[in-house]
Design a protein around this ligand. Sequence first.
Ligand code: HEC
Ligand code: HEC
Ligand code: HEC
Ligand code: HEC
Ligand code: HEC
Ligand code: HEC
Length: 418
Amino acid sequence: MHIVKYLRPIWRGCSMVLLLATLTCSTVWAQGAAPAASGGGDAAAGEALFKNNCAACHAASDEVVVGPGLKGVMTRVPNKDWVYKWVKNSSAVIASGDAYGNQIFNKYNKLQMQSFPDLQNADIDNILAYVESAATAAPTADQAKADGQGGATAAPAESGLSTQYFTIILVALLVVLALVLLVLIMIISLLTKFLSNRKDLSDEDRELLEQRTDIGKVLQSAVVKGAVLIIAVLLLGKIGLDSVMRIGIAQGYAPKQPISYSHKLHAGEYKINCAYCHTSVYKGKNASIPSANICMNCHSVIKNSSPEIKKLYTAIENNQPIEWIRVHNLPDHAYFNHSQHTNVGGLACQNCHGDIEKMEVVEQVAPLTMGWCIDCHRKTEVNTKGNAYYDKLVAIHASKEPMKVATIGGIECSKCHY
Ligand code: HEC
Ligand code: HEC
Ligand code: HEC
Ligand code: HEC
Ligand code: HEC
Ligand code: HEC
């Protein structure tokens, strides 16, 4: 009586269902995680491409960064072919006399969009799919901050929708698989109970039966191990990808300094002027960090027995500078000048550094990305008060819109990049 043999196909069935469920799970998840995932993960692939190539100049919303926000772009441009040509080489499109190309080129102050000759049409499709799905998705906290408005929805493109359907189908499949698995497990447990009560079972069959119902053994099976491996790889991939996206952005960085110097105390409570210590902030490119001698103007008498102040004395006696840890740091290829902003522009430090006078430890408040610089240049009107140099410019612009930093060249690449 080899009735146990009939259990085999059911066990196999269970394994298959488990495997399928794992794969489906992975695909659903990979849609939002690893861009290289197979299947129709086009929006996910597009997101990575967009962030690496386009996000420096474009938002997926309708917010203008350097170039126009790409939300609803397919409703503006002539057709998809135009987008392919434009992304690969926009200057060629403009040079060909293309009407729409010239129109936006002029609208954006003749800013040259970078060329991407290496992008394939499929890549560009993926980017467009991502842009549409980002525009139709409910706005995240970040997006809401960026475009300040709710999830007003443009007519969704097919590609954006098709990824949504794909996800829905996969999730439905997952539910069905889970139900099938449940039913199979119920059959197995019923059969097992029934069989183990039978007297005419051979020893061989009984052993097989126990083996297959032992949870420990099942957990060690290849199917379960494979599933765990797939999930682990995906998890690591997602973590890796997320951290790569943030490389170079140090917003919120607030290192502990060698002396517990407090801006809250000095600049806040005692109202010491920023330029008393950051001596060149109105005159030069760099704001400068004060030397211990500046501190000594006061601390030669104030609190000079405090252990923190003793560190100042030690530094001066050993003729060694205090090793303050740098908080803000732009990459070398970007040029930023303080006097241009604080003196000529008349901007308060707090615009870019936040409420330093309330900080116990200095923290980088602004993202210091290119989009951040450009965004302010687009929004801020040039401060022309008492500046003879600007008088002529103002006269020229008097009849037109308000003179923004962007109008006087504040978004030309060469102003910020050597
Ligand atoms: C260096 C900045 C920059 C980068 C990077 C950039 N663009 Fe642009 N893009 C622009 C500017 C500026 C315009 C406006 C037209 C002009 O001035 O040339 C524009 C226009 C466009 C337009 C037309 C938009 C409309 O509303 O008609 C599309 C589409 C576009 N870009 C796609 C892309 C894609 C896709 C990428 C990434 C692969 C990308 N751009 C990367 C600067 C950039
Ligand atoms: C009594 C001297 C003193 C005064 C006054 C002062 N600072 Fe500072 N500041 C320092 C010192 C010392 C550091 C370096 C240690 C640190 O980061 O806390 C520093 C660091 C900074 C940094 C971070 C520099 C970096 O590494 O990126 C900023 C930004 C800054 N100060 C802005 C201000 C502003 C704005 C004010 C006025 C509201 C001000 N400071 C007033 C002494 C001063
Ligand atoms: C214009 C005067 C002035 C200057 C310049 C000045 N401080 Fe102070 N500092 C003070 C005063 C006032 C106090 C508060 C003393 C108290 O709590 O009684 C203080 C307190 C401190 C304390 C806290 C000491 C403790 O143990 O409570 C530290 C640390 C300190 N300062 C560091 C510095 C450093 C570093 C510099 C130079 C970058 C500096 N100060 C420059 C006036 C100054
Ligand atoms: C328009 C934005 C902006 C304004 C306004 C501004 N800063 Fe900065 N600040 C920056 C940036 C960007 C950096 C990083 C510069 C770099 O890494 O080259 C920086 C760096 C610094 C540093 C570090 C040392 C250095 O020079 O790199 C100090 C100190 C500082 N700022 C103080 C000030 C003070 C004090 C004021 C006001 C009088 C001020 N800043 C106004 C953007 C600004
Ligand atoms: C808070 C607003 C603000 C931010 C943020 C800002 N800027 Fe500016 N920037 C200005 C203003 C205002 C001027 C105009 C100064 C003047 O009157 O000439 C200016 C002018 C400039 C100019 C000279 C432009 C010209 O045509 O002469 C350069 C270069 C520049 N900024 C670089 C940067 C860089 C790099 C960053 C980012 C690290 C940055 N700015 C961030 C407000 C800002
Ligand atoms: C107002 C100043 C400013 C202007 C104008 C500007 N950039 Fe940038 N750019 C920056 C800053 C600051 C960074 C560094 C950002 C960072 O570290 O995240 C940067 C970074 C970059 C990078 C490195 C990639 C990245 O996102 O970090 C490229 C490429 C670039 N800029 C190209 C351009 C081109 C092309 C133009 C002209 C359309 C341009 N930039 C105009 C300030 C500017």
